[in-house]
Design a protein around this ligand. Sequence first.
Ligand code: FES
Ligand SMILES: [Fe+2]
Length: 351
Amino acid sequence: MSDRAIRHRERTYPPPYPDGWYRLAASKDIRPGEVRHVQCVGEQIALFRSTTDGTVAAVDAFCPHQGANLADGVVKGDRLQCPFHGWQLDGHGRILSHPRAAAQPPAHRHWEAIDYYGMIMMYRSARPGARAPYRLPPLATIDSRQLVLRGQYDAGEVDMHIIEFAENSVDFQHFPELHGVMRIPWTSIRLPWIRIRHEPSWSLDDTQEHVSYFGDEATLEIGGRVYERTRSRALITFLGPGSIVKFDFSVPRVGNVIMFQTHTPVAALKQRVTFRWFAARRVPRILVSYVVGNWISQWRQDVAIWKRKIYRPLRSRPADAGPRGMMHRWYRRFYPDGPVANLSEGSEHGS
Ligand code: FES
Ligand SMILES: [Fe+2]
């Protein structure tokens, strides 16, 4: 697709970087004393890990002094030292050591960063330095080692806008058309004699404003007969605008699988996408892979659509006002700075 065509598509969408927790790297990729340059969510970030307490920190990559790239610097304890003139700053953007202490510069741009189940997450905000308005939840079944890490998959860069994942969850009509046929897990190869019957649902959380739920119950139908014992459930929890979502799969003979899917925008229509899943140690690898691979196969069908489409705001399709309108109203909270281009108000009757 030409640059012009991509720009045309881009203009139809809401802004590319809603506020939320974004995955910047795998925890293991930044060891104590290491620093790395990360470009995403419209920012250039120096991501480093302290040797003092092992915490991660994310600061604007360009030194407040004369703009050297801090990711070329070195970590000293819990500070990052610039390679050019040796200024040091900490993860809160405080400049703690520089030659002319009298002229204390203002705090350097920085973002809250944490390790979360093997992922380094950063709270991207239109107002850098602001404390994140919500935390990512601890998960008892992983903390107690009832479920352990069973795999991960880095899908690379996918051509899509981040809102498409949330749009997908309220677009019930596309399920029979796009996701109605079984595929060999991990592939796009159709098994046309096995149909999948979906029962999707979407709801908000009563107490946590940043959370919404997308549920799907899927049952297999073979030769026109529905096999009730194949019924599996997926509850997908949006922990923000789709930058990180948590899957709770419940599947016969496999039990529970928890999976994180992350979207990190590196450009308006380009997301870095990763998957990371946890299951009981005793469940055979092939069964866990079957569950995750089924999702990946169906997700690829969505990707094929997303990478070539434009965004149609709700006002031109009032018939969709129900769940889609609700979702838009919920989604607006991730753009706290006022009117959002191309995103409907999501009133009860559409807009
Ligand atoms: S540019 Fe960083 S200390 Fe001068
Ligand atoms: Fe879909």
